[in-house]
Design a binder for this molecule. Structure first.
Ligand code: TRP
Length: 334
């Protein structure tokens, strides 16, 4: 692709309020990755409607997430950032791939099982076919690398299976994507149960730091963070609460774990919590300001949305046309 760089694809949903975990674990790294790869970062709004959404809220959140991508430092001239729903090739390829995917394969997806248990009143076909749409996302851009968390690994595996199956029947069509295993982002845990991942769907608001939390809320949540009774600031698995606080501190300040442990040696948990809270405020406050400023620049953001959707559609359509030709759809008359 462009400049012979490898292609990297990822997407994020605009549902729920994004947390510090989403930022430190994913978004912050997306910025760095866009120096080395040709990146496509999608706001995957089509995935969001697999569970019921309020239209006005979805629209607002999707745009806010796009603004957050930019505020976080992703350069919209370099990486292609776009709404999935603006590039119709996603839906078209997803349909085609549906016809090359077996019910049995989708049936064993653990996320489908979890989500259908959670939304028992709305187990729709879209929820079932969710991984096929995700495969279409990835394959449309001839993606080499996909940075995914462990929870999306199964979906990436199925994407590879579908791509290989298609290539076997029709000859080389899709690049077979691989998981990006590089220096991954910090894994941020819940502040109330540090053995669980920090999640935007946690019922306890004190468990998560939301990216839009104000400074006092952030400080208060850290003050209440669950620790232990060891009275030792050590970095070890037996003290998951302290370990998580140190991880957050290091991710926010760029300090190494050893240096942080040394700096806090002999100090109390209260002091640690305060320092971590301040380090988070120092990261999130400017990010929130940039979001606020960008939100006001409507025509600038609109311009980015339009130009990037066109860029994405250009690459996506190239792959889609190739697929359509291979499977025997009639040529387009120009
Ligand atoms: N399913 C992913 C998630 O919920 C989001 C996603 C959609 C995605 N399409 C993708 C991630 C393609 C990586 C590649 O986290």
């Amino acid at each position: 692709m462009l400049d012979d760089k490898k292609v990297l694809f990822s997407g994020m949903q605009a549902t729920g309020s994004l947390t510090l975990g989403n930022y430190l674990g994913a978004l912050k790294n997306w910025v760095k990755l866009s120096d080395d790869y040709q990146c496509f970062y999608s706001v995957v709004d089509m995935h969001s409607i697999t569970v019921r959404q309020d239209p006005a809220t979805l629209r607002k959140r999707a745009r806010a997430l796009m603004i957050l991508y930019i505020a976080a430092g992703i350069d919209p001239e370099k990486a292609v950032i776009y709404f999935q729903s603006h590039v119709s090739a996603h839906a078209e390829l997803a349909w085609i791939l549906d016809c090359y995917t077996y019910m049995g394969e989708m049936n064993r997806m653990t996320q489908f099982k979890d989500k259908s248990a959670k939304h028992a009143d709305n187990i729709n076909v879209g929820l079932f076919a969710y991984p096929v749409l995700m495969a279409a996302d990835i394959l449309l851009y001839q993606t080499d690398l996909v940075p995914v968390g462990i929870d999306q690994m199964q979906h990436l595996e199925i994407c590879r299976d579908i791509a290989m199956r298609f290539n076997n029947i029709y000859g080389p069509t899709f690049t077979i994507p691989e998981a990006y295993i590089g220096k991954v982002g910090a894994k941020i845990m819940s502040l109330q149960d540090p053995t669980k991942k920090m999640s935007k769907s946690d019922e306890n608001p004190n468990a998560s730091i939301y990216l839009m939390d104000d400074p006092d809320t952030i400080r208060r949540k850290f003050k209440r963070a669950v620790t232990d009774s060891e009275a030792c600031i050590c970095y070890r698995d037996e003290q998951p609460g302290i370990k998580n606080l140190l991880d957050i501190y290091c991710a926010c300040t760029g300090t190494s774990t050893e240096d942080a442990v040394r700096a806090f040696d002999g100090r109390g948990y209260g002091e640690l919590k305060e320092a971590v809270g301040e380090s988070v405020v120092a990261v999130l406050e400017p990010l929130q300001k940039r979001c606020e400023e960008l939100t006001k620049e409507k025509s600038y953001i609109d311009g980015i949305i339009k130009a990037n959707a066109e860029k994405a559609a250009y690459y996506a359509n190239k792959t889609l046309r190739k697929v359509q030709r291979k499977i025997g759809f009639p040529d387009r008359i120009r």
